[in-house]
Design a binder for this molecule. Structure first.
Ligand code: ADP
Length: 544
């Protein structure tokens, strides 16, 4: 027997309609590329997203065609999120930190028809435009007066976003009744594991992911929050914040390009930001600023740390020093991205402070909707005992089924997506990442977790950043080498750092050596680029 309830598609246009209707006057604040601070609200976002949709109609951009963005976090980018996807086109967010050749490759692969960009990326546009003949319109996210004549000459079909919107009708736009499984947006993986591959999200996957992300044990966002996504809107839809915020009616504060600790502190403080999300490298800057100020931004209550493992010292600094609750989370571009978040269960109330902290260094337990299993090299399932490790596989309504036009067979195995992460899971479902499979260190046939080694180093007061990589060893196959950037003015030698490990990890896990460097290479999404680091080390060692 079928249920007798109404059938409504889960669409992105429904999110902006809801936010504008019930939270219309809730603010959207943006620090702009122009340098000033701009104030909008959910009602205005809808209004301008509708104008944008009229504009795309006028240009004849078809349903399903791609509209790309090369932009920081800001209100215009948010309008594109809703105007493009809401009207049935596909929003393709391009990562501007990639090499221009890679950007051109991605734009051509996605067959983008329109590309909207922040003025800070004008040099990239000038470099890639001649290589992207399929792009019919280039839209500079600025006022008409701010458009340099030289750029207009160099890029055919260029116009200013504000001039374009001003020409459009203010009449309400009738959002199309799309099939909820139609594509809504796309994002290329950052290519740390080879060529970028396109993940194509649907309206349904996006809305369900936003709803799961809003749950209390995930972000717990509400209409009383002001959320600042540090995580870029060009990387996995800023972890869904633009959608979740609309769904709950939260205020959004966009940082634009200013992601240093001082700028973030000031914006959070003045806009009463209560919640923020970003990768560990960003939080290093903010924590340093909090130290200087001797306080936290006045309303900051919770932060989500993900993208790379949150070091224990970082969790401790936020919570114990500043009273800011940390939620450690894990995900992937292929998972929209959220898969797990680390929140306590009732039974954990009896743990002591150290045990609770230890649990928080795990990536947490699955969100409702995400199913997990761990398998060994032969594909057999591995026990959830908190010790046995294997590759994590996932499935669920916001997990990728196939890459867009990759020319390869679907990566799924029996319906499960292999994540490439090597993990253990405890009987309560808390998952702990040991490493990405390509980064694991195998010494004498046993795995050493580079993440654990890095965590210990990060808790040393003289260490600004640490990375652990495998180096070949004649007897043990591989041994861990610790690479360290010292804090400015701090002094520490290899011997002292290695001694610091005693009693903290198994003896045979202690790295064989420490290499001090000026900087550790970071990828386009702010994560340590271990492939590049290994190359650099090889160069260093062959020179020595
Ligand atoms: P890419 O795969 O292109 O680097 P993603 O942002 O999709 O870009 O990266 C996903 C990967 O990032 C995960 O598979 C995992 O290895 C790593 N990751 C994400 N969150 C965490 C976390 N909290 N702890 C450790 N690793 C993480």
């Amino acid at each position: 027997m079928m249920g007798l309830m109404q059938q409504h598609s889960l669409l992105i246009s429904g999110l902006i309609e809801f936010a504008a209707r019930f939270h219309g006057d809730t603010e959207i604040v943006s620090r702009r590329v122009e340098g000033d601070r701009h104030r909008s609200n959910w009602a205005q976002v809808r209004r301008r997203a509708m104008r944008l949709a009229h504009g795309l109609d006028a240009w004849g951009v078809e349903r399903g065609e791609r509209v790309a963005t090369l932009a920081w976090n800001g209100y215009r980018h948010l309008e594109l999120y809703y105007g493009v996807s809401g009207s049935g086109r596909v929003l393709h967010t391009v990562n501007p930190r990639l090499h221009p050749d890679q950007i051109a490759w991605i734009v051509n692969h996605a067959q983008d028809r329109v590309l909207a960009f922040d003025m800070s990326f004008a040099p990239i546009i000038q470099a890639v435009a001649p290589q992207c003949p399929g792009v019919r319109r280039w839209v500079a996210l600025c006022d008409a007066e701010a458009l340099p004549a030289e750029l207009e000459r160099a890029v055919p079909g260029l116009l200013s976003y504000e001039a374009w919107l001003a020409e459009q009708s203010d009449a309400p736009y009738a959002w199309p009744a799309l099939d909820e499984s139609e594509a809504s947006s796309m994002c290329y993986t950052s290519g740390t594991t080879g060529n970028p591959k396109a993940v194509l999200y649907s309206h349904r996957s996006t809305v369900l992911h936003a709803m799961a992300a809003a749950l209390p044990d995930v972000t717990g966002l509400s209409a009383r929050d002001a959320v600042l996504p540090v995580v870029p809107m060009f990387h996995v839809n800023a972890w869904g914040v633009p959608y979740t915020a609309a769904m709950v009616g939260a205020k959004v504060v966009f940082p634009g390009p200013a992601l240093d600790g001082a700028s973030l502190f000031e914006l959070m403080d003045q806009e009463d930001v209560s919640y923020s999300a970003g990768v560990p490298t960003v939080w290093l800057g903010l924590l340093a600023r909090m130290q200087q100020e001797g306080r936290r931004p006045r309303s900051l209550a919770r932060v989500l740390i993900g993208g790379s493992a949150a070091p224990m010292a970082m969790i401790q600094a936020f919570q114990d020093t500043w009273g800011v609750e940390v939620r450690h989370a894990w995900g992937m571009t292929e998972m929209s991205p959220l898969g797990t978040a680390c929140a306590f269960k009732t039974k954990h109330a009896s743990l002591d402070a150290q045990q609770r902290l230890q649990l928080q260094t795990s990536q947490g337990r699955p969100l409702y909707g995400v199913d997990m299993r761990i398998v060994d090299a032969a594909g057999a399932e591995v026990a959830w005992d908190g010790r046995s490790i294997g590759e994590l596989q996932v499935r669920g309504p916001w997990v990728l089924a196939d890459y867009y036009q990759s020319g390869q067979p679907s990566p799924l195995r029996d319906g499960w997506f292999p994540t490439g992460d090597v993990v253990s899971i405890d009987p309560d479902g808390y998952m702990r990442i040991v490493d990405r499979s390509k980064d694991v260190i195998k010494s004498g046939g046993e795995w050493i977790s580079s993440i654990d080694i890095e965590n210990v180093a990060m808790s040393h007061p003289a260490v600004a950043m640490a990375a652990c990589v495998a180096v070949p060893h004649p007897k043990w196959d591989e041994r861990p080498l610790l690479v360290v950037v010292r804090k400015p003015g701090a002094e520490v030698e290899a011997r002292e750092l290695l001694a610091f490990y005693e009693g903290k990890v198994a003896k045979w896990w202690i790295p064989d050596d420490v290499q001090f460097v000026e900087a550790i290479p970071l990828g386009a999404t702010g994560k340590i680029l271990k492939t590049r680091l290994r190359e650099q080390l090889l160069e260093l060692r062959t020179q020595a």
